[in-house]
Design a protein around this ligand. Structure first.
Ligand SMILES: NC(=O)c1ccc[n+]([C@@H]2O[C@H](COP(=O)([O-])OP(=O)(O)OC[C@H]3O[C@@H](n4cnc5c(N)ncnc54)[C@H](O)[C@@H]3O)[C@@H](O)[C@H]2O)c1
Length: 450
């Protein structure tokens, strides 16, 4: 059999995905971003072409779409759509978060599930990739409404998940409160205390220490490693951070612990600038406890100010951490950051940087860390939560954080080494994609055509 060249093979597979998933713009963006970097790997491993690895990798193993009916506080019937995409289980059971946000659709969940395969491979934790969610909007809903929604969502999802098959966690709009409601319903329906079926649980009932902080902390650990390679550090640098949710909050906390100064946070309405450094207690109170708008922060904190609309990327800093949502940092934003002297951009969110912005950073010699490597600390700690659940044990904070730190160092090293091996040292996009792909492809090859 004559094999196509790696470049022709990538082109052929991309065309098939574009035809089969026409209109799924986020998913197509994520697929192209990975496939475009893989030709050098395929040149070294023709058996991956022969084994049809790419063709299989871009098609989810299984997808569920279901109705989620619930009643609001006025007793009106509401209906949302639930989705779970089980993308690839070559390395272990499907693992990936649930997102509750009005923008959720199949394309968004497939892009996140596809990214998750590679991210999970980079953690070395033996977990496959999946993702799910709903177009339910938790904003402005009462706790009781959120509970009824979560219970209805789980009443269907229960048929598809389990500690050895598929283990969801949180993402945008899904935090400890939602995981609690869903775990309660799972336990009630199955009559089993299967702690390892969901991660991000409360620490008093099976959750892991440092899971809440892990994605944000991990992103900063990754930035620290990347800067250290370039003989720099976090200390003394200013950081612009977008978002004010789970990832952003703990990225800010770790930047400050390491001697840097985080000066911004945002939500979908606008952003705040606090030149003295973000007051974390106030940020957690406003966004985490009160679930209020970010403008509240500026009202209560002298010396800070709020900008309606606009973008945190207009604020000069050496470090940037996009931690809100996909495609939030565009080519124009990248050019502003570059002209303001940014040194390193680390993705806390999934695919927050558009392809032209990534190209601009790489062209200008700015260190750029893709989310599938830099934000892997969250899912890695979720895997540690699963191990503790299986062993019925509980680690303290120090052990949990030091394991996270070690994993992020390993992810950085594997990513950097792969960038060197495939000819572009310091290209972390190439490094993350190729290191992860080889691990998944090898496992798929050894497990036969399934
Ligand atoms: N939670 C995790 O462990 C984890 C792990 C890896 C990656 N991520 C990614 O990190 C990002 C943030 O997730 P999170 O868990 O912090 O969620 P969250 O719900 O705690 O916070 C989301 C943040 O993004 C902002 N946001 C959402 N949509 C927006 C929009 N359209 N415009 C501007 N801002 C918007 C929200 O205001 C909020 O500040 C997502 O891309 C998510 O996929 C999360």
């Amino acid at each position: 059999m004559t094999l196509p060249t790696p470049e022709a093979h990538v082109r052929d597979v991309t065309e098939v995905v574009e035809r089969r998933s026409a209109g799924e713009s986020e998913f197509l963006q994520a697929v192209r971003e990975v496939l475009d970097t893989l030709a050098p790997v395929l040149a070294e491993h023709p058996e991956f072409i022969e084994g049809g690895i790419l063709e299989r990798l871009v098609e989810p193993e299984r997808q569920y779409i279901f109705r989620v009916p619930w009643t609001d506080d006025q007793n009106r019937v509401q209906v949302n759509r639930g989705i779970r995409v089980q993308f690839n289980s070559a390395l272990g059971p499907y693992k990936g978060g649930l997102r509750f946000h009005p923008s959720v659709n199949l394309s968004v969940i497939k892009f996140l599930g596809f990214e998750q395969i590679f991210k999970n491979a980079l953690t070395s934790q033996r977990i496959g990739g999946g993702k799910g969610g709903s177009d339910f909007d938790p904003t402005g809903k009462s706790d009781a409404e959120v509970m009824r929604f979560c219970q209805s969502f789980m009443t269907e999802l229960v048929h598809h998940i389990g500690e050895h098959t598929d283990i969801p966690a949180g993402d945008i709009g899904v935090g400890a409160r939602e995981i609690g409601f869903m775990f309660g319903q799972y336990r009630r329906i199955t009559q089993r205390y299967e702690a390892g079926v969901l991660t991000g649980k409360g620490v008093g009932w099976g959750g892991a220490e440092v899971r809440t902080e892990a994605t944000g902390y991990g992103a900063v650990f990754f930035a620290e490693e990347m800067l250290a390679r370039a003989s720099q550090g976090i200390e003394g640098y200013r950081a612009v951070v977008s978002g004010s949710g789970n990832v952003a909050t703990y990225a800010i906390e770790k930047v400050e612990q390491l001697g840097g100064k985080a000066i911004t946070a945002s939500d979908s309405s606008g952003y705040i600038v606090d030149e003295a450094g973000i007051d974390l207690d106030l940020l957690k109170q406003v966004k985490g406890v009160e679930r209020a708008r970010i403008s509240e922060y500026a009202e209560r904190r002298p010396g800070s100010h709020y900008v309606a609309g606009g973008s945190v990327w207009d604020v000069p800093a050496e470090l940037a951490f996009p931690c809100a949502t996909q495609n939030e940092l565009t080519g124009a934003h990248a050019r502003t950051l570059i002209s303001n002297g940014v040194r390193a951009v680390t993705e806390g969110a999934n695919m927050p940087t558009t392809p032209d912005a990534v190209e601009a950073f790489q062209g200008a010699g700015v260190l750029f860390a893709p989310g599938k490597a830099a934000n892997a600390g969250g899912v890695a700690t979720s895997a540690l939560e699963m191990s503790q659940n299986a062993a019925r044990s509980r680690w303290d904070r120090d052990k949990s954080e030091s394991r996270l730190h070690g994993i992020m160092r390993d992810v950085h090293e594997a990513t950097y080494d792969a960038s060197e091996r495939y000819g572009k040292p310091g290209d972390y996009v190439l490094g993350a994609n190729s290191a992860a792909f080889v691990r998944v492809a090898q496992a798929m090859l050894e497990q036969g055509v399934i």
